[in-house]
Design a protein around this ligand. Structure first.
Ligand SMILES: O=C(O)c1ccccc1NCC(=O)[C@H](O)[C@H](O)COP(=O)(O)O
Length: 317
């Protein structure tokens, strides 16, 4: 089966590339001309995915896989992302915090004009974050791999998640060479086989993988894949931007919740968390970690922003 057919059979709605278009002036079968009309992305996630595929093919020319593999051999060891989450959860009794270094987003625009990624990362670390998530997408989030490198070189000790839209295994090698300790794999854009392969690759490279789901169907798929330690439940639909934190609760109820507890997976509640009540709500639903961007990054002092989010200082708890 072709990749798109496999994806459709797994309920994946996001198309990985635009449908093939008819050449200009084409007067062949109607079916092919129809595709031309349907060649714009149907939502933001599809738009990002299409752009990412082109971006990656350009980047691959500049950084061939063989060169990346050599760079990985000489790269310093990764830090234990999952271990840091487990320790912080035990230490504080709260969900461990993955604090996001995020300048902007497609749904909310710019969070901070005067954005210094290293300063923000250091403030998050002082505030008690267990790990950091660093947006590396430039076009839609105004992030960059240089932020990941700068934060790592500045001596920040928290393990770093490379927050990217991974559509190609090359990106995982690239993230590893730029100082990532973990990568994000989004179930809405990757097939089961791709996730399985990418998980194996992450393991080989010493990286953790945060596998992100948004609905019951994706959660069911992910629970059928061996070797996943970290599952993220995104409360934001990446197709519609609607944020609803009850999504975390819904996806942790019933059989799925039971399997997650049985496998001792760490569930990360992602997006739309602003108050101590929000944290308490997702913790009661069963998360052991949270991924938070907007509510802390836009504070003039992100360190205090963390204390505000949890309702207390978690740096020494
Ligand atoms: O944030 C967006 O607008 C967005 C749009 C399309 C794809 C992904 C998007 N965000 C990624 C995330 O899931 C969040 O950055 C992350 O969970 C933190 O969310 P928040 O605390 O609400 O900033």
């Amino acid at each position: 089966m072709y990749q798109n057919e496999v994806a459709i059979s797994q309920g994946i709605r996001i198309r990985r590339k635009p449908p093939s278009t008819a050449p200009l002036g084409y007067s062949g079968p109607f079916e092919l001309r129809l595709h031309t009309a349907d060649s714009s992305p149907t939502n933001i996630l599809e738009e990002i995915t299409w752009f990412k595929a082109q971006e990656v093919s350009r980047m691959k020319e500049l950084n061939p896989l063989e060169a990346l593999k050599k760079a990985v051999e000489n790269a310093p060891p990764t830090r234990d992302f999952v271990g840091a989450l487990r320790m912080a959860h035990q230490r504080t009794g709260f969900p461990a915090l993955i604090a996001e270094v995020k300048k902007a987003s497609p749904s909310r625009g710019i969070f901070k004009e005067n954005f210094d990624p290293v300063e923000i990362a250091q403030a998050y670390e002082r505030g008690g974050a267990a790990c950091l998530s660093v947006l590396t997408d430039q076009k839609f989030f105004k992030g960059g791999f240089e932020n990941l490198e700068a934060i790592r070189s500045a001596g920040v000790k928290c393990p770093l998640l490379c927050k990217e839209f991974v559509v190609d295994a090359w990106q995982i090698y690239y993230a590893r060479t730029k100082g990532a300790d973990a990568v994000l794999l989004i179930a809405a854009i990757l097939t089961d086989l791709e996730i399985t392969y990418m998980l194996q690759l992450c393991k080989k490279l010493g990286l953790a993988a945060l596998v992100e789901v948004h609905d019951e169907r994706e959660m069911g798929r992910v629970l059928g894949i061996e070797g996943i330690e970290l599952v993220g439940i995104n409360n934001r639909s990446l197709e519609t931007f609607i944020v609803d934190i009850s999504n975390t609760k819904k996806l942790l109820e019933g059989e799925h919740g039971r399997q997650i507890r049985e496998k001792d997976m760490i569930v990360v509640g992602e997006s739309g968390l602003f108050t101590p009540d929000d944290i308490a709500y997702v913790q009661a639903a069963g998360v052991k970690a949270v991924l938070v961007g907007e509510s802390i990054v836009k504070q003039s002092d992100p360190e205090k922003g963390i204390a505000g989010l949890f309702g207390r200082d978690i740096s020494h708890a």
